[in-house]
Design a binder for this molecule. Structure first.
Ligand code: MSP
Length: 776
């Protein structure tokens, strides 16, 4: 293990208060930091807030205060929550701090000096929500988040990103672990291989940012400003770079999957240009979903960590409030790490939280600790007994073998960031010890044994159980630090933060250790706690008042609903319904196996719901939603089967003209050869095929095009089992603009016919043909 460890979270935008999505990343970073510290590694854990940019300035304006007042307030809310939860960050950087600003200006000046920045002018569509230029025509929405874009004409500074295309690809090649997981790596590779354009890195259209040194009417691009936090917080560019010298390069940048490009393309390019070392890894996790959608402020489907702290803290009324919070934080931490498979999207629900808590913490670990320690209290006066090693105890010997295996499996899974598997291994040990106690029943007098023999047996059994608890507790300490510390103290081992957990050996528990004071660890939660959390949620969760951060997977909700400010209580369920419908529409439009009328039907339903939501006094819904009054689908987001026999179709998530805005038809209904030649059809071989969670019709495919691997989302899940597709050669439309579906990027379409029963039939070849071959 290296002797330093530097882990970072993204710095969060201050236009929304923290919710359990942002809490998730910060908790994962805290778990990693605690684990490394507990193994004796010199650790630095950085988090903070991203406070510049037009989006923040507009939020401040809406809130009726200056941007600085606004960011001070929201940044403090993040920090206060992390403190309430006992998160052990070593530094909290704010991009409005002087230490950051001056170092960002130094970075800019350095890149300019080294010839990587030049001045040019640009007119393009700008997405304020994503703080990025996007490649769409005027009036078109942002392809990533679906929100309206603005036409911006600016004289800007440019970063020569194009100069880094080859070096970046070489770097990824030489460092296969730089981007994880593999899916994200493939996305980044395709993005870079498709060609890098120079990046505009200054803005003149607003002033809430860090001025370009020497040209102060420009402010530095918010992503350059933000990414630099990872080194400015360490003192790079300051009078005291000692922390930078010690901890840079970072071991892990933890990020949500939607911001991998910024971290894996722009950030390494900036660092290369500055001649600085690159981070060791960027780890992208999935999203927490609530009610099937990404949790986000604009959707109104946010759950606050405070709700869980309040509700579970109340299970321990005798504790001081700060300890109640730490206990509640453990419950949330355990759930997030155990329930969500790291890297994938995971659903959050209060029901699942309470179930996990009761099953794993109250009935599992908590119950095991309390029954073992109370028996040591009863039979051995609260002193850990000497194991007599009589050899007659059922399974006693197996723990000597099993525990080192658990230790190894746990460590391997944590190192692979597979937290749920690591916890599974720890809880398998809990279950084994529980079974061991039950099988040996130390509370029973075995027939024919003397009291002395019985006591020796008990000593064996209870020592074994207590020792297994000690080991489990040491393992799970990074995940449930407050509760593990309680158990450690109850075992008589003192302060866990002072313990050396780096070398856990079976039989390390000293017989003769006097137990600490025993108290209940995880009181059972009854069903009412769910209702209480819903209540807290409503109290803690004021209605949305400004735009949320990007929503990569889904088109924006209709303008009228999104811009309405605070929805009323009556509007809220309809807005949620709208979100589902819009998601359904995005999928329908991407799945050409879906009938056009079904798409129109969905659009009509959306139009109706918009009208219902905004009330009768408002103007009608946008015309693209109101077309085709005669369609039959009513208020149902799922898609009916595809109809027409023998229609050629393209089964994919890539962009195609929507039925609501058809592409202009050729007068004779024909196209010219030139039109046809615009479409690049190629042979591709399917290498990976898997279902997309919560999307019945979609498969995620990785296809080999001879020279590259692409990810394509195809609406063929009802026609083909994923495993049947591996190795199959198909035809794809290779030159379609990429688009996102369900948060996944799709780079191309697979060509298929639609059979009479609506099933897709993939186009293929009788003869063998190489992947990449072009169709003419
Ligand atoms: N400010 C940028 C990051 C700059 S880093 C140099 C930003 N901020 S954000 O407030 O939008 O935070 C995004 C991050 O918050 C995600 O990448 C992820 O780490 C976390 N999450 C926000 N919502 C989330 C979920 N619903 N689920 C899981 N993580 C979530 O992007």
């Amino acid at each position: 293990m290296p002797n330093t460890f530097y882990v970072t979270t993204p710095i969060y935008y201050v236009n929304a208060r923290p919710h359990i999505g942002t809490t998730y990343t910060t908790v994962v970073a805290d778990v990693l930091a605690r684990r490394h510290r507990s193994l004796g590694v010199d650790t630095f854990f950085l988090t903070g807030t991203d406070e510049h940019g037009q989006k923040i300035a507009r939020s401040a304006e809406k809130a009726g205060c200056t941007p600085q007042e606004f960011t001070d307030r929201v940044s403090a809310q993040f920090r206060a929550l992390w403190d309430r939860m006992g998160l052990t960050y070593d530094d909290f950087i704010r991009t409005t701090e002087p230490r950051h600003k001056q170092a960002v200006q130094k970075l800019f000046a350095l890149l300019r000096e080294r010839g990587y920045i030049y001045k040019g002018s640009y007119t393009g569509q700008y997405c304020v929500s994503d703080e990025a230029y996007v490649d769409v025509p005027p009036g078109a929405p942002c392809p990533d988040c679906g929100r309206p874009t603005e036409t911006v004409n600016e004289e800007n500074y440019y970063f020569k990103l194009s100069a880094f295309e080859r070096v970046l690809l070489e770097f990824y090649d030489a460092h296969p672990g730089f981007i994880r997981p593999e899916t994200r790596r493939n996305e980044v590779l395709s993005f870079v291989r498709a060609g890098l354009k120079d990046l505009s890195i200054s803005r003149t259209s607003f002033s809430w940012g860090i001025p370009v040194p020497g040209d102060e009417k420009h402010v530095i691009y918010v992503w350059m400003d933000a990414l630099a936090n990872y080194i400015t917080a360490l003192g790079w560019g300051s009078a005291d770079p000692s922390r930078y010298d010690k901890f840079w390069p970072a071991n892990i940048h933890l990020v949500g999957k939607e911001i991998t490009r910024f971290h894996c393309v722009y950030w390494p390019a900036f660092l290369m240009a500055a001649g600085l070392p690159l981070p060791q890894s960027v780890i992208a996790h999935g999203w927490l979903l609530f009610e099937e959608n990404k949790m986000s402020k604009s959707r109104g489907n946010i759950v606050r960590a405070e709700t869980i702290l309040d509700a579970f803290g109340a299970l321990k009324p005798d504790l001081p409030p700060s300890e109640q919070d730490r206990f509640g934080a453990d419950v949330l931490r355990y759930f997030l790490l155990r329930e969500v498979v790291f890297g994938q999207d995971g659903s959050f629900s209060f029901d699942a939280l309470v179930q996990r808590y009761n099953a794993d913490l109250a009935n599992g670990y908590g119950n095991l600790v309390s029954r073992t320690l109370s028996m040591i209290g009863r039979y051995f006066d609260g002193v850990v007994p000497y194991p007599a090693s009589s050899g007659s105890v059922v399974q006693a010997h197996t723990f000597a073998v099993e525990v080192p295996r658990t230790l190894a499996a746990f460590a391997a899974s944590i190192d692979a960031l597979d937290f749920s598997r690591a916890l599974e291994a720890a809880w398998a040990l809990v279950a084994a010890v529980d079974g061991y106690l039950t099988a040996n029943a130390p509370w029973k007098q075995v027939e024919g044994t003397t009291d002395e023999q019985q006591q020796a047996l008990r000593a064996d059994i209870l020592y074994t159980a207590a020792e297994a608890i000690r080991i489990t507790t040491a393992l799970v300490y990074p995940v449930i630090p407050y509760s593990a510390a309680q158990v450690w103290a109850q075992l008589g081992l003192g302060d866990i933060t002072q313990a050396d957990l780096s070398n856990l050996q079976w039989r390390g528990l000293q017989p003769g250790t006097k137990l600490g004071e025993l108290s209940p660890l995880f009181p059972r939660a009854d069903k009412e706690i769910i209702a209480r959390m819903n209540e807290f949620e409503q109290k803690n969760n004021p209605a949305p008042s400004d735009p949320a951060p990007s929503q990569p997977a889904t088109p924006a909700p209709p303008q009228s609903a999104a811009a309405a400010g605070s929805p009323t209580e009556q509007q809220q369920p309809r807005i949620s319904k709208l979100h589902s419908l819009v998601d359904g529409l995005a999928v329908a439009m991407a799945e050409s196996t879906t009938e056009t009328s079904a798409v129109l039907g969905l659009e009509k339903t959306i139009a109706d719901t918009v009208r219902e939501t905004i009330g009768s006094g408002r103007p009608p819904a946008p015309s693209s939603f109101a077309s085709n009054e005669s369609t039959s689908v009513k208020g149902h987001p799922t898609l009916p089967p595809a109809p027409a026999t023998g229609t050629a179709a393209v089964a994919s998530g890539a962009a195609q003209p929507s039925a609501a805005s058809p592409a202009p038809a050729h007068p004779e209904g024909k196209i010219s050869i030139d039109d046809f030649l615009k479409v690049e059809l190629r042979v591709a071989q399917i290498k990976v095929a898997e279902r997309v969670p919560k999307a019945d019709k979609l498969l995620r495919l990785e296809v080999d095009l001879g020279t590259e691997t692409r990810q394509i989302l195809a609406g063929i899940a009802e026609s083909y089992a994923p495993e049947s597709l591996i190795g199959r050669k198909v035809v794809i439309v290779a030159n379609l603009a990429s688009r996102k579906l369900r948060g996944l990027e799709s780079n191309g379409m697979i060509v298929a016919a639609t059979a009479a029963d609506g099933k897709a039939i993939l186009a293929g070849f009788l003869e063998d043909v190489e992947p990449g071959a072009k169709l003419k």
